[in-house]
Design a protein around this ligand. Structure first.
Ligand code: C2E
Ligand code: MG
Ligand code: MG
Ligand code: MG
Length: 283
């Protein structure tokens, strides 16, 4: 009967919720030990400048090897954010990113920019600025090689404090970018108050990008806005040559996505960088 069916659906639904909650608890309990057990990895995804095709930098993306399973940051970062573990994980990521900047410089003699994702909670943590300052002093990396990716959500609440902190970070010489631009708060007035170097156009606007589409109009407007304000624009999630060509015609500064390269672990990363540097030297 309909009633029995409704009852079964409810049971199934609540079992599903329980399974989800159980996985979450399980992940959280093991995430506590992920750093000390050396289960995290940092993959770097190359970024390409469009006018001359040069490799200019990378986005650092964290990976968690949990037993035989690779848990995606889309799943464990929100758990880390809620539990506060994101502070320790974030420090590990920053440390590792600085080590990569140094390794890449030693290998190529070039200063590449490595962009690190900073979660809202990490950004608002009272010790954040001191952590960055200590990191720069300890590792000696060129501050201009380290970019912090912040989301609109992280900076829009607590605006006064956020503006002050962004200026202090910028004064250290770091680069600052707004991640997933266009998906968060739509108030644009912060752009003139924040010392931002780069906007990252969210991949949702890039996926169906084609001439005369609504997405093309949005992307064109963002690029125009950025350039008017002296801010560079990078498009995320570029998977095809058509998307790349269209972004180039719209005067987008840089691209990142599977078309140029997937996020790379160390041996492949170094091979990619050496290949690009040789190709650019030959060009
Ligand atoms: P995000 O910062 O917007 O990173 C871009 C995501 O798009 C990455 O997913 C990347 O692997 C993926 N991607 C890159 N190119 C393409 C493409 O051409 N097509 C498609 N479909 N996807 C592409 P990933 O690595 O799974 O990371 C997901 C999110 O997790 C990131 O989104 C970021 O918000 C967060 N995250 C990753 N690493 C960290 C970290 O170290 N700290 C913090 N706080 N968050 C992180
Ligand atoms: Mg990002
Ligand atoms: Mg993004
Ligand atoms: Mg995203």
């Amino acid at each position: 009967s309909a009633r029995a069916l409704g009852g079964n659906t409810l049971v199934a639904y609540s079992e599903e919720l329980n399974a989800e909650a159980a996985r979450r608890l399980d992940l959280e309990a093991q995430l506590v030990h992920a750093v000390e057990r050396d289960e995290l990895d940092l993959h770097l995804q190359p970024q390409q400048r469009l006018d001359d095709g040069e490799l200019v930098g990378f986005e650092a993306l964290v990976r968690w090897r949990r037993g035989g399973e690779l848990v995606s940051p889309g799943e464990f970062i929100p758990i880390a954010e809620e539990s506060g573990l994101v502070i320790a994980i974030g420090e590990w990521v920053l440390e590792r990113a600085c080590a990569q900047i140094i390794a890449l410089r030693e290998m190529t003699g070039r200063d590449f920019v490595v962009a690190v994702n900073i979660s809202a909670r990490q950004f608002r943590h009272p010790g954040f600025y001191a952590t960055i300052e200590a990191l720069l002093a300890r590792t000696g990396v060129n501050p201009a090689s380290l970019e912090l990716e912040i989301t609109e959500g992280a900076v829009m609440e607590h605006t006064e404090a956020a503006v002050g902190l962004l200026h202090k970070l910028r004064a250290l010489g770091l680069k600052l970018s707004i991640d997933d631009f266009g998906t968060g708060y739509s108030s644009l007035s912060y752009l003139k108050r924040f010392p931002i170097d780069k906007l990252k156009i969210d991949q949702s606007f890039v996926r169906q990008l084609k001439p005369n589409s609504q997405d093309a109009a949005i992307v064109q407007a963002v690029i125009g806005l950025g350039h008017t304000l002296g801010i560079k624009v990078i498009a995320e999630g570029v998977e095809t040559i058509e998307q790349r060509e269209w972004l180039k015609r719209l005067a987008c500064d840089e691209i990142q996505g599977y078309f140029y390269s997937r996020p790379l672990a160390e041996p492949q990363l170094f091979a990619f960088v050496i290949r690009q540097c040789r190709a650019e030297a030959a060009a």
